[in-house]
Design a protein around this ligand. Structure first.
Ligand code: OGA
Ligand code: NI
Length: 356
């Protein structure tokens, strides 16, 4: 039988507070010159990020078009790059992925319009439970000295059933088109990652029942912050699904932990960032690394990110692939459970994790 989930790689638990005002409203409510103490987050001075100047040590770039229409040699080259990216980095950027820049822009603008809605209108979309298909709010983190996060969010389950708020006008249509396009990329990537692990191409699809796998479309809204060093957008965590795809509005703030150092992620124009998440780590019995990351805030401009976690079907039991397990050096390193159980366990704080 398996040992445990690596609890110490999963950090804090965010609880949803229906009564809390958005950070956007707070940031706009007055000429705010300092961070209110409930938002005050102490950064560790040793956590200063490094900016890699060495091409050897920058986030891998994967050309998705080569996986779709490349020659067999090109495809196997990209599969090889993915193998290294998943094990050495736990993340990569994708380019030539087929999502038009205009669509990503329209999605960001539409989310901006949503966050601009009056607070009482947004309240309608306040969910309370991790399984509510539409939830907006702001997060705070009780296991970390009640520090509130400098971030508002809206999360919609977009697959296998599509949910989205009915405001602002046009939001649903853009969200549907955008989430479909992103899911197409994930389908291509999961097949190639399966191959990169030496498994049959459809292994991950079948093992996770991806046909009814959960896709979440989430937007994070980080208003400009008067004292960015005393607040945090999202503290260090790993994501819970298989892969999370992320775009932003060109303002940086995302950092990843690589070789024990924090690195700033600056996305190439129209590239998407891909995080390997917990369930891919579990399925691959640790060959793929779920990347630790966080979001910082700045005092110049509002940052927005679109994060789309893609996970297994909620009721499929996920366990390390038997092909990657033996009873000697590759014992199963994770307990088996359904994705739903995992998410619910995270919320109780027993699986010390994050932002559901
Ligand atoms: C997340 C997340 C990072 C970002 O939503 O889980 O890590 O850059 N977001 O907004
Ligand atoms: Ni994340």
């Amino acid at each position: 039988m398996a040992s445990t989930i690596p609890l110490d790689t999963l950090k804090a638990s965010t609880v949803h507070s229906p009564k809390m005002k958005s950070v956007k409203a707070l940031a706009e409510s007055a000429i705010l010159s300092s961070v209110p103490s409930i938002y005050s987050f102490t950064h560790n001075p040793h956590d200063e990020p490094i900016i890699p100047d060495d091409a050897e040590d920058s986030v891998p770039i994967i050309d998705v078009s080569l996986l779709v229409s490349g020659t067999p040699e090109e495809r196997s080259q990209v599969v090889h790059q993915l193998n290294k990216a998943c094990s050495d980095w736990g993340c990569f950027m994708v380019i030539n992925h087929g999502v038009p820049e205009s669509l990503t822009k329209a999605m960001i603008e539409s989310f901006q319009e949503f966050f601009n809605l009056p607070e009482e209108v947004k309240q309608e979309f306040h969910g309370n439970h991790v399984m509510d298909p539409i939830r907006c709010g702001t997060g705070f983190n009780p296991s970390m000295d009640k520090v509130n996060l400098w971030r508002d969010y809206l999360k919609c389950f977009t697959y296998p059933e599509f949910h989205s708020p009915n405001k602002p006008a046009g939001f649903s249509e853009i969200a549907l088109e955008f989430s479909k396009k992103i899911r197409e990329i994930v389908t291509v990537l999961l097949k190639a990652i399966s191959k990169s692990l030496g498994l049959e191409e459809s292994y991950i699809d079948k093992a996770t029942n991806i046909e009814s796998g959960l896709q979440i479309l989430a937007a994070n809204y980080y208003p400009a912050c008067p004292e960015p060093d005393r607040a945090i957008g999202i503290p260090s965590h790993t994501d819970h699904g298989l892969l999370t795809l992320l775009a932003d509005n060109g303002i940086s703030g995302l950092q990843i932990l690589h070789k024990e150092k924090w690195i700033n992620v600056n996305l190439l124009p129209n590239a998407l960032f891909v995080h390997i998440a917990d369930h891919l780590e579990i399925l691959s019995n640790g060959k793929c690394k779920s990347i630790e990351h966080r979001a910082l805030v700045n005092d110049k401009a509002t940052r927005m990110s679109l994060a789309l976690p893609h996970g297994p079907s909620l009721d499929t039991v996920i366990r390390p692939a038997p092909e990657l397990v033996d009873n000697e050096s590759h014992r199963p390193a994770y307990v088996e459970m359904t994705y739903r159980e995992f998410l619910e366990l995270q919320q109780t704080g027993r699986l010390r994790s994050k932002f559901g």
